[in-house]
Design a protein around this ligand. Structure first.
Ligand SMILES: Nc1ncnc2c1ncn2[C@@H]1O[C@H](COP(=O)(O)OP(=O)(O)OP(=O)(O)O)[C@@H](O)[C@H]1O
Length: 369
């Protein structure tokens, strides 16, 4: 199979000796929307720049549509890059900004005009085609940058935090547009972000990076519900992590001994007794019961071993959602929420004792290291 993009053990060591990226493996099929997600300094931008050709590749191979690109200069690669600051030319009209890449390639004027008109129409920019970018809004400038990147018909569009300069509301609106546009055009997108909600909302698969290495590559839902590593469990979603050791397995679930008691969850690897693990419980999986009438036996029959004592420390109702802060016996605090009919203020008084529980299926047991 020929992929649109393949990274094979790609690495980058800067001249000063910094290893920014190590052994990066990824295969992207045509039309996929891939997000690189990770904290500042994890190597997202360096990887994007190596794909674009702005940064040399220190080790490994990078292929686009089956052709090795390591030594191909940036301008000859079938990629376009959109930067966070858009890098538009202030003295040129929108139309000339968008057509710039085609003009550089020396396309005949009629053909160039037709392509520019088509992309301006696709992005709803016809009405401002003869204006200069400096007078336009952030959202409009963002669209011009997209049009300029797409008009050259790249195989792969590379986007480096392209929504970072926009305010939250505009960001949301442009996110939806971007996703629709990408699906309609069928162009492969590689998108760099440190905003988890953006990566999860937009992409077909998310690559989570940490200290230059890939931690996990998964579709958003799987990343959120089934983290592979302790880093992903901490970085993505709202998880509570219990560390412990494997005691055994029961009905396909892992049974672990932890400081909070015997807990169970779905194993992500072949279990062996005594192996150190992390049991990852998403906030969405946790149910809260008032301790006073919890009848542990009934809960135990429903939830198995997963019963943890906690205390309500905060309780707010916003609209029809109750927001609870509970503190575990090891002093960790967890934020939970649910419909106000389920968590009623009179049942969950501040300071009262509660029992937390979850179904084993919704928790994931991963290796501790
Ligand atoms: N030109 C350079 N020379 C030396 N080290 C660099 C250079 N550019 C980046 N680095 C280092 O490489 C590592 C990865 O940086 P990179 O910019 O790729 O991370 P990032 O995940 O994109 O971060 P951010 O979200 O802050 O942009 C960091 O340790 C950074 O300090």
């Amino acid at each position: 199979m020929i992929y649109d993009l393949e990274l094979m053990k790609v690495g980058k060591v800067y001249d000063n000796g910094t290893t920014a990226v190590a052994e990066f493996d990824l295969a992207v099929t045509k039309g996929e929307f891939i997000a690189f997600l990770g904290p500042s300094g994890c190597g997202k931008t360096t990887t994007l720049r190596m794909i674009a050709g702005f940064e040399s590749i220190s080790s490994g191979d990078m292929m686009i549509k089956g052709v090795r690109m390591n030594d191909v200069p940036a301008q000859r690669r079938p990629t376009s890059t959109i930067f966070q600051n858009y890098a538009l030319f202030p003295h040129m009209t929108v139309r000339r900004n968008v057509g710039y890449g085609l003009a550089v390639k020396g396309l005949p004027k009629a053909e160039m005009d037709a392509k520019v008109d088509r992309i301006l129409a696709a992005l709803g920019l016809e009405d401002i085609a003869d204006r200069k970018p400096e007078r336009l809004s952030g959202g409009q400038r963002q669209r011009i940058a997209l049009a300029r990147g797409l008009v050259v018909e790249p195989d792969i569009l590379l986007l480096d935090e392209p929504l970072g300069a926009l305010d939250a509301n505009l960001r949301k609106a442009i996110q939806n547009e971007l996703k629709l546009l990408q699906k309609n055009l069928g162009v492969t997108f590689i998108f760099v972000t440190h905003a988890q909600s953006e990566a999860l909302a937009l992409s077909d698969r998310v690559v989570v990076m940490n200290q230059g290495r890939v931690e996990q590559i998964s579709p958003p839902h799987q990343l959120y519900t089934r983290p592979d590593t302790p880093f992903v469990a901490q970085f993505v979603g709202r998880n509570t992590i219990f560390s412990g050791v494997v005691k055994g397995s029961e009905g396909g679930m892992a049974v672990a001994e932890t400081a909070s008691g015997t807990l169970t969850g779905k194993p992500s690897f072949a279990l062996a007794s005594g192996v150190p693990i992390n049991l990852v419980v998403p906030a969405e999986a946790i149910e809260v019961f008032p301790a006073a009438d919890a009848r542990r036996d009934r809960l135990a029959s429903e939830f198995g071993d997963n019963l943890i004592d906690a205390r309500i420390d905060r309780f707010d109702v916003v609209g029809h959602i109750s927001h609870l802060n509970v503190t575990l016996s090891d002093n960790r605090s967890i934020m939970l929420e649910g419909h106000v009919e389920k968590y009623r203020p009179d049942t969950f008084a501040i300071g009262s004792q509660v029992i937390l529980s979850w179904s084993p299926e919704q928790a994931t047991v991963i290796p501790a290291h």
